[in-house]
Design a binder for this molecule. Structure first.
Ligand code: 5GP
Ligand code: MN
Ligand code: MN
Length: 325
């Protein structure tokens, strides 16, 4: 690993133009680690730009990501960057398909550096720094921040790193919360990060509309006969009624039930495009379950998109899940 970190540092030192991207439907780890790395490279006087999906930025607006480096419009980005040779750095993305840019544009990159913590990462980069034992990509980027800045990490970098780690550990409640994570967060607090503020923003500032949607989703709660699998769903009509499509955190309602091993949320993105979010508590490897539906992820948190109706998807995923409990 140390060799790969050195290799990446060498590439950073020897090049000037970078495009840093996260995955579709960016979560706090994607947004936080992309923000931190982009700011770190800019601090090193590099031309670093980031690309993230606009819609997903809203809950993380406290990070004050600036439009000028967050090209949320991929056409604008292509026009802007096409004249330059650039190194593409992908974060928190297990496959190239998880990146919301067209393949032709991705191929125009001089090289791809793939930094991730998904154990099923397909290692599509020229350099692949894949560390499944890291709770968040933010934890990996923290090491780069220390390499470049020592103990001089500004709050503009420390705060998004803490956000990434807090998101992917569920505010330090998930199994991936290691002593190393706690030490890193303690260091980040010493750099001025306010953990209470971040927790409040991410987990304690639900919009009224999102709570209405949560109520509608809760009314769909169901479970298997043995009580080990619980699921709920969000249909297009429910999103229409609640006037929001914010489903963050809903899957935990199913997972956090006594005796449940697998919790599932089905979200109807389109009539025949269902996003499946999978979570487990102790032993079920839901990344394997997700892989049965061409998805992936971590053993305790995974997902897939299924092109069937909501009812068909619920039937087939719940049936498949029974093998894992
Ligand atoms: P979420 O349910 O929060 O969208 O995703 C949970 C985990 O599963 C994340 O680690 C995410 O990267 C992974 N994941 C979610 N959807 C997909 C998918 O369609 N394909 C792959 N490969 N991974 C996914
Ligand atoms: Mn992620
Ligand atoms: Mn992550």
């Amino acid at each position: 690993m140390q060799k790969k970190i050195k290799e990446i540092i060498k590439i950073i030192n020897e090049n000037d133009n970078f495009l840093i991207v996260g995955h579709v439907g960016a979560d706090g780890d994607s947004i936080g680690s992309v923000t931190a790395l982009t700011r770190l490279l800019q601090k090193e006087n590099k031309k670093a730009r980031a690309y993230l999906n606009r819609d997903t930025l809203a809950p993380f607006s406290f990070l004050e990501v600036k439009e000028e480096f967050f090209y949320t419009d991929s056409e604008k980005l292509k026009n802007e960057i096409k004249a330059d040779d650039f190194i593409l750095i992908t974060l928190d993305s297990g496959t190239l398909e998880r990146i919301d840019l067209d393949p032709g544009f991705i191929e125009s990159a001089q090289a791809i550096i793939n930094i991730d913590h998904h154990e099923d990462n397909s290692c599509f980069g020229k350099v692949n720094l894949v560390q499944p034992d890291r709770a968040a990509v933010g934890e990996i980027i923290y090491n780069f921040a220390v390499e470049f800045l020592g103990d001089n990490i500004p709050l503009t970098i420390a705060e998004p790193l803490a956000t990434a780690i807090i998101t992917d550990t569920g505010a330090l409640r998930y199994e991936n919360t290691s002593s190393r994570v706690l030490r890193i967060l303690a260091d980040l607090m010493d750099f001025g990060v306010n953990i209470y503020k971040i927790n409040k923003k991410i987990f304690g500032s639900l919009s009224y509309k999102a709570l209405v949607l949560k109520g509608l989703a809760l009314a769909t709660l169901n479970r298997s006969k043995d009580g080990k699998i619980a699921w709920l769903y969000v249909s297009r009509e429910m999103m229409h009624e609640a006037e929001t499509d914010y489903t963050e955190g809903l899957v935990s309602l199913a997972r956090d039930i006594e005796n449940v091993e697998i919790g599932i949320l089905f979200t109807e993105e389109e009539k025949k495009e269902i996003k499946v979010s999978l979570r487990s508590n102790f032993y079920a490897e839901v990344n394997k379950l997700a892989a049965e539906f061409d998805g992936g992820g971590h053993p305790r948190a995974a997902g897939a998109t299924v092109t069937k109706t909501l009812a068909e998807t619920i039937d087939s995923v719940v049936e498949a899940a029974k093998k894992y409990v």
